[in-house]
Design a protein around this ligand. Structure first.
Ligand SMILES: [Zn+2]
Length: 330
């Protein structure tokens, strides 16, 4: 028996040897993959402590933008920026219209109302939270304001700065990302209110100094990073107004980590005040089909216990489809 084995040609073992070599290579490859996975896992916790938020200015889904969406498709205004939005942890914008099929125009120069089915375009394009504390969310009265909030939230986007009553409109919204509690408050800083605040009826959060100081300092204790949205200033003015500056300063003095402004429809300067950034105006985003005004995107990098890092990226608004100009791309 032993002699027989001794004389079996080696070639008979080739299939077995081949299988063994293949198994060895495979196990080595799996081990290499496992090491890569471990390495990635080791990297992830470091990255996971940093949250990247993008913020853009005014979004209008009615008027000329409605016509544009009807002809070129609902997603058209967001198409260029949507891939970037979807890669971010958070995208914060200002919804400068109501979305409703009810209400009557309130007495003012421009009244913007988008069709209810337009609400879903915000979440579809990657926007995660919108401020409604602006001078167009109430364009069709209280019921339309509340319907806007409900439609937007139903589509999966958080709203801030509006509510079924004053308490809800002024309430802090907290978003948890990578273990960091990010708080949002939003105020309209244009007085007097066209639709006054009410304890029992839908309204917007008005940014009077007393409310701002009280609410911002209370919110400070509940979150790791506090972002305050301020819809204020003078339309088309290249510089912030004294009122805008005073209100933004009071927000930082009360504990805000970042103030994000809009309303002027043009970009205004950014200030570092007591180590915190105030962006007075992001300008327009998806607002005009003629490229009216100017707009920029704010990129905020946030982590617990360190100042918010801010980078501003100029946008090209032409054609009603905001995009990053080629010379500005990385
Ligand atoms: Zn406005």
């Amino acid at each position: 028996m032993n002699n027989m084995l001794r004389f079996i040609p080696l070639s008979r073992f080739y299939p077995i040897i081949t299988l063994m070599v293949a198994a060895l290579i495979c196990s080595h490859y799996q081990s290499a993959c496992a090491q890569t996975a471990v390495r990635q896992h080791q990297i992830m916790p470091r990255n996971s402590k940093t949250v990247r938020m993008l913020s853009v200015g005014d979004i209008l889904l009615a008027g000329p933008m409605e016509k544009l969406m009807s002809t070129k498709g609902m997603d058209f205004p967001f198409k260029a920026m949507s891939p970037l939005f979807k890669k971010s942890d958070l995208v914060f914008a200002n919804l400068e219209c109501c979305i409703s099929d009810c209400g009557e125009p309130v007495p003012k120069k421009y009244n913007f109302r988008a069709r209810p089915e337009r609400a879903e375009v915000l979440s579809r394009s990657g926007i995660s939270i919108v401020s409604m504390a602006n001078n167009h969310a109430w364009d069709f009265g209280r019921a339309a304001l509340l319907q806007t909030k409900q439609l937007v939230e139903k589509s999966g986007v958080i709203t801030v700065g509006a509510g079924a009553n004053r308490t809800e409109a002024h309430s802090l919204r907290i978003v948890l990302r990578r273990g960091i509690r990010i708080g949002f408050l939003a105020y309209l800083g244009l007085f007097p209110a066209v639709v006054p605040e009410s304890d029992t009826e839908p309204c917007l959060a008005m940014g009077d100094f007393e409310s701002v100081r009280r609410e911002v300092s209370a919110a400070r204790k509940l979150v790791d990073v506090l972002i305050v949205s301020l819809h204020c200033g003078i339309e088309n003015a290249p510089k912030p107004s004294p009122h805008q500056i005073a209100l933004a300063h009071s927000m930082i003095d009360s504990g805000a980590d970042l103030v994000v402004g809009h309303h002027p429809h043009v970009i205004q300067r950014t200030e570092v005040y007591h180590g915190k950034t105030i962006c007075y105006s992001l300008g327009n985003f998806a607002f005009s089909t003629t490229g009216r005004g100017s707009g920029q995107m704010l990129e905020a990098t946030m982590s617990r216990g360190t100042p918010v890092q801010v980078k501003l990226i100029r946008l090209d608004l032409s054609g009603g489809q905001p995009h990053i100009p080629r010379f500005n791309q990385k």
